[in-house]
Design a protein around this ligand. Structure first.
Ligand code: APR
Length: 233
């Protein structure tokens, strides 16, 4: 599999952070930390109940202090350091575990807990504290900061950069995602059209497993270091 592989795109989802203790979105009860995703991750939910939505992300942000990157995050950071600019990690996750493991060539396509978005000036500002509704933008001072999370129905970030990388990919690896949410769930098709070899690493078969050349089942902390060892050998 490691024949002339140069450009690599890796997509990660909540499953890569599960063994660090962060809840996935579609757990056994189908709830995200006790909430239906549509009640805390839509523009309508934010307009309807800003206190609930801001508090939900405050709780998620605060939890980051209690968890650590796991062996899968660390393996991807080692690949990043070794492979260089022909690697791109695209995460659907809003946690900071990839960065804390040392990954640099990283796009958070669904936003980040440790960022706040100003609805007035459009700036995203680094934010580690609670973010009550009406918090003031550190750029334009308007009291219009919201969680910098891409809600359902909103456009994910950096899609041009992501598609450009997928269209050049020799290898596409999807890790810890259910394949339930587009556009990320369609990345495997774009990579296949580009002639990439496609691999899925997941605890259970995802909705798109049949689209991958290889689907390896198991925990990310076992499968990801194993794949990185093969790529770096
Ligand atoms: N190792 C590998 N995979 C795992 C592990 C693990 N230890 N634990 C769980 N998984 C897998 C599950 O089998 C599941 O397929 O991770 C996947 C998690 O799926 P979801 O909870 O749907 O999370 P994700 O795919 O990242 O959701 C995508 O949906 O709610 C929106 O914006 C949100 O980014 C999120 C998007």
């Amino acid at each position: 599999m490691t024949h002339d592989i140069r450009n690599i795109v890796i997509l990660t989802g909540a499953g890569i952070s599960a063994e660090s203790g962060l809840a996935t979105f579609r757990g056994p009860d189908g709830l995200w930390e006790g909430h239906r995703v549509e009640d805390v991750c839509t523009p309508e939910a934010l307009a309807r109940d800003p206190v609930l939505v801001h508090r939900f992300y405050d709780e998620r942000r605060a939890k980051l202090a209690d968890v650590q990157p796991n062996a899968a995050h660390e393996a991807l950071a080692a690949l990043d350091a070794s492979w260089g600019d022909d690697l791109l990690i695209v995460t659907q996750n809003v946690d900071d575990l990839h960065e804390r493991a040392g990954a640099r060539r990283l796009i958070h396509m669904h936003g980040e807990l440790r960022s706040a978005l100003c609805v007035a000036c459009g700036k995203a500002v680094s934010w580690g504290d609670p973010l009550p509704p009406g918090s003031s933008c550190t750029g334009c001072a308007a009291p219009r900061l919201r969680p910098d999370i891409v809600f359902f129905g909103e456009m994910p970030y950096r899609m041009d950069r992501i598609y450009a990388a997928l269209e050049q990919a020799d290898l596409f690896v999807s890790i810890g995602t259910s394949g339930a949410v587009y556009p990320a769930a369609g990345f495997v098709q774009t990579a296949r059209h580009a002639g990439a070899h496609t691999i899925e690493l997941n605890l259970d078969p995802s909705a798109g497993s049949a689209l991958f050349d290889e689907s390896r089942l198991g925990p990310a902390t076992l499968l990801v270091p194993d794949l990185v060892r093969t790529l770096l050998s």
